[in-house]
Design a protein around this ligand. Structure first.
Ligand code: 5RP
Length: 233
């Protein structure tokens, strides 16, 4: 018998649903953003109906609203010392577990929550796995004031081929923290940590979508319906 070929959304559903097993009764944990996390929230919603009691620190307004609608409690990051766990999606994952995030525009809160977490578990479909980061444009969150200066400085650095202001409905896309996003096109990002540090030297840059050395594990959904579990050093 041939193995099933799951649709992209069903693959995300598999990974998101699988991750719900990491959540323990009474836990306060970080909850990411995106279409894979959506399925995690749906699974948690059904477990909450069956008696699961948890609180989440949401990484976006979108996730917060969805969590509230699903009966999941909300915790304020300022009231916890550390989070034992955060589960989030990613736009690209390299072989060392370095990530590009921010396709959904939530990278700033996502990075703050990831940095506050003892364990960052990434849920994704197999298409997100790459040898070297760079196929997906790197989101860089910037202050709206003078953002074209940042754009020019990144381009002048010589590594990015294109730096594009993200738009929505013909207007600049505005993040939950009222910033803009520059999507930066690179051929390859050979050293994500070094590029992250370099970008942070530019006045006006708030955060980058490079998450280097932050992910501890990944739950990868595959087309044949199986799950690949990866642990990073
Ligand atoms: C949002 C993100 C998301 O985690 C990333 O875009 C992956 O989303 P999806 O699960 O929808 O593919 O970084 O800022």
């Amino acid at each position: 018998m041939n193995s099933p070929v799951l649709s992209p959304d069903d693959i995300k559903k598999k990974a998101g649903t699988y991750a719900a097993d990491l959540v323990e009764q009474g836990m306060v944990f970080g909850l990411g953003t995106g279409s894979t996390v959506y399925w995690l929230i749906m699974e948690l919603a059904s477990r909450v109906e069956q008696g699961l009691e948890v609180q989440v620190v949401p990484t976006s307004v979108q996730t917060e609203e969805l969590a509230i609608q699903s009966g999941i409690g909300i915790a304020d990051l300022n009231t916890v010392s550390r989070l034992p766990l955060t589960i989030d999606g990613a736009d690209e994952i390299d072989t060392n577990g370095q990530l590009i995030k921010g396709g959904g525009g939530a990278l700033l809160r996502e990075k703050i929550v990831a940095a506050a977490s003892d364990r960052l578990v990434i849920i994704a479909d197999q298409g997100k796995k790459v040898k070297t980061l760079g196929r997906f444009p790197l989101p860089v969150e910037v202050i709206p004031f003078g953002y074209t200066q940042v754009q020019q400085t990144i381009l002048a650095g010589g590594q990015a081929q294109q730096v594009v202001l993200r738009q929505k409905n013909g207007q600049p896309f505005v993040t939950d923290q009222w910033h803009y996003i520059l999507d930066c096109y690179y051929d390859q990002i050979a050293d994500p940590a070094a590029l992250n540090s370099l970008l942070h030297t530019i006045p006006g840059v708030v955060e980058t979508g490079l998450f280097a050395g932050m992910a501890s594990e990944a739950i990868i959904g595959k087309e044949d319906g199986t799950i690949e579990l990866i642990t990073y050093e």
